[in-house]
Design a protein around this ligand. Structure first.
Ligand SMILES: [Ca+2]
Ligand SMILES: [Ca+2]
Ligand SMILES: [Ca+2]
Length: 147
């Protein structure tokens, strides 16, 4: 999942690079976890993740045509923090994010494309393979300690 920058909302906590003992990273993991964990039981289920993925997709499908264009992905990445990067790095981050989601290479990202990628990321954190992700598992994926 290279080329990702932190906050692809939904499961953006799962896109962070490991940041050992960085209290801000730990807080960020926790905040993003809460956004997705809508019933606040400390567990992210696939169903909760799906809702967050769809909300995020709609949010950045600016023209509402059901497809993420390159321009829409650019805006998403800039809003997620890429705007603070030098322009050449910024371009790489955006191109990387787009390529990452556009798995079939047709220059269009559908909700199904986005869901598949994000669900795969979520499941990377499911260390005990029970089909859901606890806050502890999310922390483990990012190498952050509990605050
Ligand atoms: Ca939950
Ligand atoms: Ca669109
Ligand atoms: Ca699990």
């Amino acid at each position: 999942m290279k080329g990702h920058i932190a906050a692809l909302l939904a499961i953006s906590l799962l896109n962070l690079s490991p940041a050992h003992a960085d209290p801000r990273a730990a807080a960020h993991v926790e905040n993003m976890f809460r956004v997705v964990d809508t019933n606040r039981d400390g567990i992210i289920t696939i169903a909760e993740s799906d809702v967050a993925i769809e909300t995020e997709f709609r949010k950045f499908d600016l023209d509402g045509d059901g497809i993420w264009s390159y321009a829409e992905v650019s805006k998403q990445q800039l809003d997620a923090g890429a705007s603070q990067l030098p322009p050449d790095v910024q371009a790489k981050v955006i191109a990387g994010a787009f390529a990452n989601y556009d798995m079939d290479g047709d220059r269009r990202i559908t909700l199904a494309n986005y869901r598949q990628v994000q669900t795969a990321i979520l499941l990377q954190a499911d260390f005990d393979k029970d089909g859901q992700v606890t806050l502890q598992e999310a922390r483990q994926l990012h190498g952050v300690d509990a605050p």
